[in-house]
Design a protein around this ligand. Structure first.
Ligand SMILES: [Zn+2]
Length: 86
């Protein structure tokens, strides 16, 4: 019985760790996307605004490409910032 409880606690511990790592990974990704997106204002020329120009699926991930309407620089994000804002 004791072995069963120890085994159960180990499984719970592993699940908690995996969930925590996945959560932290998602949070870091969103934070870096927010930083890149800079509320839609171009970080490079500081005059333009980013517009969604392309969405690509690669290896199960979705990438969102935004282009500045002033200097035409393109940034790549891992999440759709505009959708999150709605
Ligand atoms: Zn720009």
């Amino acid at each position: 019985m004791r072995d069963f409880i120890v085994g159960l606690l180990e499984v719970i511990g592993i699940v908690v760790i995996i969930t925590a790592v996945a959560y932290i990974g998602t949070s870091i990704e969103k934070a870096s996307d927010n930083e890149k997106y800079n509320n839609g204002e171009c970080y490079y020329c500081e005059h333009g605004h980013y517009e969604l120009i392309n969405v690509q699926r690669q290896h199960g991930n979705i990438y969102y490409f935004y282009k500045c309407n002033n200097c035409n620089i393109i940034i790549e994000l891992n999440s759709n910032i505009e959708m999150q804002a709605l």
